[in-house]
Design a protein around this ligand. Structure first.
Ligand code: NOJ
Length: 509
């Protein structure tokens, strides 16, 4: 049963979603309370960003205990209850799993750094300085121009960290590490989670002898690391998942940007079920650019029977509404595109409200990677506290009252209702959920493609132009992104979906 092919996955950044206890930080009980909202919206699965115990230097992506829940989010019982209630509502739960690195507070690393002969020394990547005193290689850590190596005075070696110095990389070439990490997967799979989102999974294997090319070093080492042995590790991870009933899904964060390289991580159907495809996040809002990225993605994945994913927003990047400079019409058309492409779409909490990033004053900055803006708390109500009884950990977006869930619920024309409408159309259409994607092309500034299933042929047309409109032969689209849709016209920044009853339907200028 490939439920994950049909699903729309909703990403929750738990700190920012819903606070149930007034400490200004979202928590598991907050998520649980909002399950009916998510069910009403019409998504199929939730992906929870990390909720494990953590010193929160990277807000949970620095795990100090893989088999617990950080008290700020609640308890294991809260987690179990959340999964139970989600399942009751037909919602699947995908948990974030962070296998490449731990927190430096994790007992494994505390032991590892305690002496060169400690039990866990070789669970992490320790290296001597080169004979001339130089660093082991030229890798740069994320979010900086600093080395990915930190010198440890006590044991006089460097340790590797592709992210913060407080996020030491595990050494996956060590079988004990692999076994221990498989155990952490089992802990959650046994508790009934439906899958795991796998943080920077392409980083697991490393060739420490390979310096990064000088002209690409500024990218940090993360998007450059891609070595064959990682595929062995991923196959073993897949076997753990395959040992469970109910098709537990793996969604890999393969942060390599190039769709051809990302496709390799699907293996021959024996590695990842799904992999994020980030190229669209960095694709300018132009019909030709989108046609190219869609074609490239399909060409890379389809020959190996791999199923694509689509994402416009997440907790690491500026939101689509910010990237589109608050152009609401364009944002609505982008949502139509996201939800009509062939593949599994990921919707980031707040995207259904059309949220832009919050403006973060210098004194409110908390993230070492500069990503606070897209992590602003969800505004639930129009009242000044927006449903957060304590001062939230990050400021709200501008116009939070107007954009709040409550305000949008009472406005049938809102982004929230529109998102629900598009999700509903997708759910009712086999063509949109699983049909082939055909006829991808660009006419002027209009992107056109068909989705073809047993239940018919749907045509999607997205007008990327900010001022040009075109005429179309159709009368009644199943859906338009604009409330002021005019029969027979595709307006500026409008996206429509209509049924093709004969082959004559095409755009004319
Ligand atoms: C990718 C995650 O999405 C990001 O939030 C995190 O900081 C890094 N991996 C390190 O875990």
């Amino acid at each position: 049963m490939t439920w994950w092919r049909d699903a729309v996955v909703y990403q929750i950044y738990p700190r920012s979603f819903r606070d149930s206890n007034g400490d200004g930080i979202g928590d598991l009980d907050g998520v649980r309370q909002q399950l009916p909202y998510l069910s009403w919206l019409g998504v199929d699965a939730l992906w929870l960003s990390p909720v494990y115990p953590s010193p929160m230097r990277d807000f949970g992506y620095d795990v100090s205990d893989y088999i617990g829940i950080d008290p700020v989010f609640g308890t294991l019982e809260d987690f179990d209850e959340l999964v139970r209630e989600a399942h009751e509502l037909g919602l699947r739960v995908i948990l974030d799993w962070v296998p490449n690195h731990t927190s430096s507070d994790h007992p494994w690393f505390v032991d590892s750094r305690s002496s060169r002969t400690s039990d866990h020394r070789d669970w992490y990547v320790w290296r001597d300085a080169k004979p001339d005193g130089a660093l082991p290689n030229n890798w740069i850590r994320a979010w900086s121009d600093e080395p990915a190596w930190t010198w440890d005075d006590a044991t006089e070696q460097y340790y590797l960290h592709c992210f913060l110095p407080s996020q030491p990389d595990l050494d996956w070439s060590n079988v004990e590490v692999r076994q221990a990490m498989h155990q952490t997967m089992r802990f959650w799979l046994d508790r009934g989670v439906d899958g795991l989102r796998m943080d920077v999974i392409h980083l697991l294997g490393k060739d420490l002898d390979a310096d990064d090319p000088a002209d690409l070093r500024a990218l940090s080492h993360v998007p450059l690391n891609d070595v064959p042995v990682t595929h062995d590790y991923v196959r073993a991870i897949r076997s753990v998942l395959d040992g469970y009933e109910g098709e537990r899904v793996s969604v890999g964060e393969v942060y390599l940007i190039d769709p051809d390289r990302v496709a390799q991580y699907y293996g021959d159907g024996d590695e990842l079920h799904l992999s994020f495809n980030f190229a669209p996040l960095f694709t300018p809002w132009r019909a030709d650019a989108w046609a190219a990225v869609i074609a490239r993605t399909m060409d890379s994945l389809e020959p190996r029977g791999a199923w694509p994913t689509w994402v416009l927003c997440n907790h690491d990047n500026a939101r689509i509404a910010t990237r589109l400079h608050g152009d609401v019409a364009a944002v609505r058309s982008a949502l139509v595109l996201l939800l009509t492409l062939r593949g599994t779409p990921f919707l980031y909490a707040g995207e259904e409200l059309g949220l832009e990033d919050a403006v973060i004053a210098p004194e409110r900055v908390v993230d070492p990677g500069g990503r606070d803006g897209c992590r602003a708390p969800i505004p639930w109500t129009a009242s000044p506290d927006h449903g957060w009884s304590g001062e939230p950990w990050l400021p709200f977006v501008e116009r939070a009252s107007e954009l709040s869930v409550d305000s949008q619920l009472v406005d049938e024309g809102s982004m929230l209702h529109f998102t629900r409408t598009v999700l509903d159309l997708r759910r009712r259409s086999t063509a949109l959920r699983s049909g082939a994607l055909e006829g991808l092309h660009v006419e002027g500034e209009v992107l056109v493609f068909d989705r073809v299933g047993d239940d018919g042929r749907l045509r999607v047309m997205v007008n990327f132009s900010a001022d040009g409109e075109v005429t179309t032969p159709h009368e009644l689209p199943l859906l338009s992104s604009r409330a002021d849709h005019q029969s027979g016209i595709l307006r500026a920044r409008e996206a429509i979906v209509f049924e093709v009853l004969n082959d004559r339907a095409s755009v004319t200028h």
